[in-house]
Design a protein around this ligand. Structure first.
Ligand SMILES: [Zn+2]
Length: 244
């Protein structure tokens, strides 16, 4: 039964509520809108891991598996709150529009090559991770695709992840598929599918377009409907099909 139908029916027969112990949800755990947008006070697990419980446990197992092969998986980024994503977004927005004199929409198009609009990051969910190999000798920025390719410092870990990450429930989100749009290839970003899939399913039911256009974020007043629709279609939904 749909929730609205349930409530209507219940209000007609209010006493029936007393005999119904729970709302009749059958599709597994529910995630609040705040939780899906990084605004909830999420319980996080593991020092330097910061993931929700089941993703934490899977990560610890994967770390152990990789360690046996000589890799030391290091978390570069895991849970990120709405406030943190807002700070990242606004820092880039100010830089591109003030220093580089870009038009608002051009600046935002540049930001969303790699960064998300606050409220839409998979890092809000406590299921997604950016990882590297701490055993590798590396200098400069670490989250660079070439460092995961042949001859790069993380080539070994990348090959191991290609072979084994799925066994632990982790899947690459932004693959190097030629046909994929949205965020660029991120060989470091993995998602814990058993939790992230139902979360995305529920996220899709939110009125994302409305929520984003009303957000108190620098640049939001310049969003166009087309920009947001493209973003939802390409950046949020054009991901590894294993995660849909
Ligand atoms: Zn990431």
């Amino acid at each position: 039964m749909q929730r609205r139908a349930f409530i209507q029916k219940s209000s007609l027969a209010a006493t029936a509520l007393l005999t119904v112990p729970h709302f009749p949800y059958k599709q597994g755990p529910l995630y609040s809108t705040e939780e899906l947008m990084g605004k909830a006070d999420l319980e996080l697990f593991g020092k330097g891991i910061n993931l929700r419980k089941e993703a934490h446990d899977a990560f610890v197992a994967m770390h152990k598996g990789a360690e046996a092969e000589g890799f030391n998986i290091k978390m570069v980024s895991s849970y990120r709150s709405y406030a943190r994503q807002k700070a990242i977004w606004e820092r880039k927005y100010v830089k591109y529009t003030d220093q580089d004199n870009m038009e608002p929409l051009d600046a935002m198009a540049k930001i969303i090559e790699y960064s998300t609009i606050p409220g839409t990051s998979r890092h809000h969910w406590g299921t997604d991770i950016d990882i590297i190999d701490a055993n590798a000798k590396v200098s400069g920025d670490v989250l660079v695709p070439s460092k995961f390719e042949e001859g790069g410092p993380f080539e070994g870990l990348k090959q191991w992840l290609d072979k084994c990450a799925n066994d632990y429930g982790f899947y690459l989100v932004y693959t190097d598929s030629y046909f994929r749009k949205g965020f660029k290839y991120e060989p470091w970003h993995y998602s814990y599918a058993p939790t992230a899939k139902p979360m995305l399913k529920q996220y899709r039911k939110l009125n994302i377009l409305k929520t984003l256009s009303e957000a108190d974020i620098l640049g939001a007043q310049h969003y166009t409907r087309a920009f947001l629709l493209d973003y939802i279609h390409n950046n949020i939904l054009d991901i590894n099909p294993e995660l849909l």
